[in-house]
Structure formats: C-alpha cells, structure tokens
Design a protein around this ligand. Structure first.
Ligand code: IMP
Ligand code: MG
Length: 185
C-alpha cells in the first residue's frame, strides 16, 4: 500500500486528535446511542483489533440502563483487488447469536469502505432486528464503496494515522492520542 511507503524514512508523530477531544466526542456519541437505543439491549460488535480502545471507552459512557453487551469479530483485511473473491475470511467470529438483536458494528476507521460493506453483508444475513455502524474515524477521500456510518466520531483527510487502537504494522496502538506521521527531511 502506498501508505506504508514511509516505513524506511524518518518521521515524527504529530497529534491530530488529542485525548481530551476524543474523550468528549466519545461521550457525545455514547449519549446519542443511549438515547436511540432506549428500551433495547444493543450488542456492540467490535472489529478487532483497531476498535478495542474506542469500544472500551464508548461502552463505559453508554447508559448502563440500556444493558449494552459486547462481542468481537475479526476479518482479514482485503481491498479493491480482492472484491471479486466475494466474502473476506472471518478470522474470529462472534460468540453471541445476533438473530433478532439490535447490533451496532464498531470500527476504528472507515477507509475504502470495503470492510464495512462486507461486515454489513455478513451480519445482515444473520437476521438481526437492526444493524447500524459506528466508527471513530472516516477518511471520505479514500472511499471506493459507499457505506452508511450511523455514528461517526471524526472526519479526517487522507493521511495515515495511528494510536488510540490504530496501528502501523501492529505498533503504536497504545498511544493515547490519534497521531499522524510527518516525514522528516
Ligand atoms: P477499509 O476496509 O478500507 O474501510 O479499511 C478499514 C481498515 O483499514 C481499518 O479498520 C484499519 O484497520 C485500516 N486502516 C485504514 N486507514 C488506516 C490508518 O490511517 N491507520 C491505521 N489503520 C488504517
Ligand atoms: Mg481495523
């Protein structure tokens, strides 16, 4: 991926979205979701691995009265080139049946849109009562397929980000802020 071309160059990390801004936005999203799901018992499906910190923060801001539940799923990432091969590989499937459930898919970032598109097809075929999407970040400039994002934290421009659960080759997930890379020199 062209994104990864910076690997061998020197770079510094610049805070794009700071922890306090994230905290406020996550609380806002949780408030919105809590209001929309009053009287239901939504199941939050975190997409591994990138969403784990976002979901951990989000669920703690959800009104405990609505009785939210959590499960996780991991699919192998795939891009436009593999679209014709159909469904992506499920590396880890849910352990909770979702038939009749109100499901919210939680992603770290929507880039080309292929992951959400595939997840909506896979989970939609299991006949949930409702199926919505939530993402911390979206890069609309990179979209190749249109996908609905019902709850969105931040829109960002087309630049590689890491931290707050997001990685570059498995590194930097633990950074408390969302940072972007600036090449030096
Ligand atoms: P999509 O299927 O192209 O929408 O890809 C979404 C996935 O690509 C996300 O769940 C991330 O794992 C990964 N991704 C896309 N952009 C970034 C980024 O800037 N930083 C880290 N991961 C990213
Ligand atoms: Mg991911």
């Amino acid at each position: 991926m062209s994104h990864m071309g910076t690997e061998t160059k020197d770079f510094r990390q610049e805070v794009l979205i700071g922890r306090e801004e994230i905290r406020e936005r996550v609380a806002g999203l949780a408030k919105e979701i809590s209001a929309d799901y009053k009287g239901k018992k939504p199941l939050f499906v975190g997409i591994l691995k990138g969403s784990f910190i976002f979901l951990a923060d989000l669920i703690r801001e959800i009104d405990p009265g609505i009785g939210p539940q959590v499960d996780f799923m991991e699919i192998s990432s795939y891009g436009a080139g593999k679209e014709s091969s159909g469904q992506p590989k499920i590396n880890k499937d849910l352990s909770i049946p979702i038939g009749g459930r109100d499901v919210i898919i939680v992603e770290d970032i929507v880039d080309t849109g292929y992951s959400f598109k595939a997840l909506l097809a896979i989970l939609g075929s299991r006949r949930p009562a409702s199926l919505k999407t939530c993402a911390l970040l979206s890069k609309p400039g990179r979209r190749e397929v249109e996908v609905p994002i019902d709850y969105l934290g931040f829109t960002i421009k087309d630049e590689w980000v890491e931290g707050y659960g997001l990685d570059t080759d498995q590194d930097y997930r633990g950074l408390p802020d969302v940072v972007c890379r600036k090449e030096i020199g």
